[in-house]
Ligand binder design. Structure first.
Ligand code: AMP
Length: 249
């Protein structure tokens, strides 16, 4: 079974994101970029499936600017076999990403497609669900356990207050949650080996997909600064402040 994993290049999770001065988006110039953390978990899962003899090939795909090749090389260093970059400078929103990923799925015919549950830059949590709908296949979102069987896959999902187990017919789409696994540390020899692994660059036009944005961002702003805390002398004073100052009681 071939496994396809979607990896997005995003602002590194250690970086404090700042809105651009004109409020049109988030500042990305001179900012460290990395693989979306949930996608690292998705790659790790695919590589573990291969190591367990349950996957024959792991293909990673990224959509975006040329620098996404670095992100793909990281995935190759983690153990993926080959990579595909759908290269574009255009702004890609989840529906456009899902349509392009569907085109890649149609070409590659994987048994399993794994995405992150959400990208930490746009926090959309939409692409996996849209892709499954476009493919007309089952989806196991927020996965904390993935067990492939004969022509199917059992997925344990993180839901409010517990876990839900679903069985999906293959091919299927899975999105990874935090508890699925802990991604491996990439070692230097594997980074060197990854440089020689195949990386194919395609253009979105080759798929005939309309990637025009459907949404317009009106404004990106920092959250309001938190006001300083106050110490209260008694429970009575606390209740009074909650009632009359914060007005939450
Ligand atoms: P989102 O719906 O934007 O929160 O993204 C969910 C997941 O879709 C991510 O964790 C990635 O696995 C995948 N994804 C979104 N955008 C891209 C992209 N430009 N390239 C590759 N994968 C993507």
């Amino acid at each position: 079974m071939k496994v396809l994993v979607a990896v997005k290049r995003v602002v590194d999770y250690n970086v404090k994101v700042r809105p651009k001065a004109d409020g049109t988006g988030v500042e990305t110039a001179n900012v460290k970029m990395s693989m979306n953390p949930f996608d690292e978990i998705a790659v790790e899962e695919a590589v573990r499936l291969q190591e367990a003899g349950k996957a024959s090939e792991v293909v990673v795909v990224s959509l975006g600017v040329s620098a996404c090749q670095d992100t793909l090389r990281t995935a190759l260093a983690m153990g993926a076999d080959r990579a595909i970059l759908v290269e574009t400078d255009a702004e890609l929103q989840p529906l456009a990403v899902a349509k392009l990923l569907k085109a890649v799925v149609d070409k590659e015919q994987p048994g399993l497609v794994i995405l992150g549950k959400q990208a930490i830059d746009d926090d959309c949590n939409q692409t996996g669900q849209m892709l499954a709908a476009l493919l007309g296949c089952g989806q196991g979102t927020f996965a904390s356990k993935v067990e492939p069987g004969d022509g199917l896959v059992t997925v344990t999902r993180e839901v409010d207050g517990g876990a839900e187990t679903v069985e999906l017919k293959l091919p299927a789409v899975i999105t990874s949650d935090l508890r699925l696994n802990e991604p491996r540390y990439v070692k230097l020899p594997n980074i060197m080996k990854a440089k020689k692994k195949p990386l194919e660059v395609l253009k979105p036009e080759a798929f005939g997909v309309d990637v025009t944005p459907r949404l317009k961002t009106l404004k990106v702003a920092e959250p309001p600064k938190r006001a300083g805390g106050v110490k209260v002398a008694s429970v009575a004073e606390l209740v009074d402040k909650l009632k009359n100052v914060a007005q939450v009681l």
